[in-house]
Design a binder for this molecule. Sequence first.
Ligand code: UDX
Length: 449
Amino acid sequence: MKEERKQSVVLVPYLLQGHLTPMLQLGSILHSQGFSVIVAHTQYNSPNYSNHPQFVFHSMDDGLKGFDMSFPSVKSIHCMNESCKSPLRNYLVRMMEEEGDQLACIIYDNIMFFVNDVATQLRLPSIVLRTFSAAYLHSMLTILQQPEKYFPFEDSQLLNPLPELHPLRFKDVPIHVINNTVPEPLLDFYKRIHDIGSSVATIWNTMQDLENSMLLRLQKHYKVPFFPIGPFPKMVPLASSTSILEEDNSSIEWLDRQTPNSVLYVSLGSLVRIDEKELIETAWGLANSEQPFLWVIRPGSVPGFQCAEALPDGYEEMVGERGRIVKWAPQKQVLAHPAIAGFFTHCGWNSTLESICEQVPMICRPILADQLVNARYLTQIYKVGFELEVMERTVIEKTIRKLMLSEEGKDVKKRVVDMKQNIVAAMQIEGTSHKNLNDLVDFISALPS
Ligand code: UDX
């Protein structure tokens, strides 16, 4: 821990698990650099305060009662941005009176775009945290700048390359398309969340060495300093749980009983849903592959079912000790376990980074948004995973065997080990993430108050 700087930063996370985690990790990183950290959060998905005794928390009235936030709509996001404005403004005014120039800046998730308006009114410097990959943001910006070049498209074009966006195809467009086009209000919403207003910098949960060309292009557009200081899961000095759901620690006891480098971990993150048919095909693919597996079936992830009851009758007895099914796992610990050999993932950016950091090769089953971009980069550019495009039991079984047992699988493993080495180098003194973090600390310390 660095000497106490006595400056405070206020963090405003977006309420989804995949966004809350990197913001809390950033808080721990900044705290270890001597900043006091205040987290202003929505009531919905409030973080577990006891896991972060080093932070001060402030809960904001979010106006979300009556919305189903298990899969937030554009309307609910607008409502939340509107509702949180006065609670945040009032809180900051009070803090500025109490703390004066000790309050250095406010750092917010770009989906909480109201923060920029509040900060501008109060003349408080604001910084955006980008919780996604630079490749994803670059593809979004390129599309948003000239949507007519991409929409509407024909079904026959789905496998064609997206202009200027190698290795993406039309089917990988990371925007919610309806009848092969994007309605104007949705385009406006995407533009709003990518606009940084008068914010003075952006922080990235990525590595300069990995995404340099994308970052350079994006910087030309945004014209503010960029601080890529990832990967957060490894830059965090003391990892405490950031889970909203309760972690099932029996997963680790089960892994302890497995042979090293033998288990496939299966999880599709905290948000996406699959239908019953896909669950059944996955179940048979896993069973028929004859490889040990640890499978997270999150409650609600198969609409109409709580957890494993959508599985074929007698399934769990049939796979026996070779398979373990849980509702939510301590994923970072799971991926770091010596028994893990592969990760069947939806390619959310946190899961992607966590997997690379533990040198675990992937089977990529993206479903929406940035996952589609991440999956293409993982399989086509970095070549550390295999793409799973047909959710059919024989294809799933073959892909699992390819990852776990084949020569091709060994090559993929070697490449992810190399990637991990590069990440370790970036975090060392003189490494880019380490250096960028020092620059960020100097930048925040020098902000006018
Ligand atoms: C969402 C989006 O879907 C994702 O594409 C975007 O990049 C971030 O926001 P999510 O779908 O939840 O996130 O995916 P991901 O980014 O991978 O985050 C999931 C987090 O939950 C990871 O940090 C993972 O470690 C954690 N997790 C997941 C658990 O702790 N236990 C589990 O059982 C499953």
